[in-house]
Design a protein. Sequence first.
Length: 159
Amino acid sequence: MTTSTHETQIVADPDVPLVRIIREFDAPPEKVFRAHTDPELVVQWQGPNGMEARIDHFDCRTGGSYRYVHIQDGEEYGFHGCFHEVRPDELIVQTFTFEGVPDGVALEKLVLEDLGNGRTRLTATSLVDSFADRDAFLASGMEVGVREGYERLDALLSR
């Protein structure tokens, strides 16, 4: 596996209950977009190392929905949501619910910016109901899954 030279920034907004993730990739926006929207690719990189991913359904289009499961040591962790707006190579707006906390729904926005020379900046935001929910999200260990997943995405994009 290749080691990335790109840092994953995870920032808690001080004014609203939002987490912002910023990451650059050495691939054009269309490749990064496809890796986020093609279920056969998503399962190859999403989540922390040591967890298997299974997609129950993944209809990545405006008005579509998804459900996937991460599996580790026989334990399953389900996630689901709806795609509110999908614009190829540019934008994905979706809801996100961890089924272990079914009342918690995040509004997520992923923006891809073409940096030229086959490079892309990804900026993802997750807006939750409260600062307590945001802080619990950050304390959950999500940063490990995000960083490890993006390292596997680097390897996938380099093929």
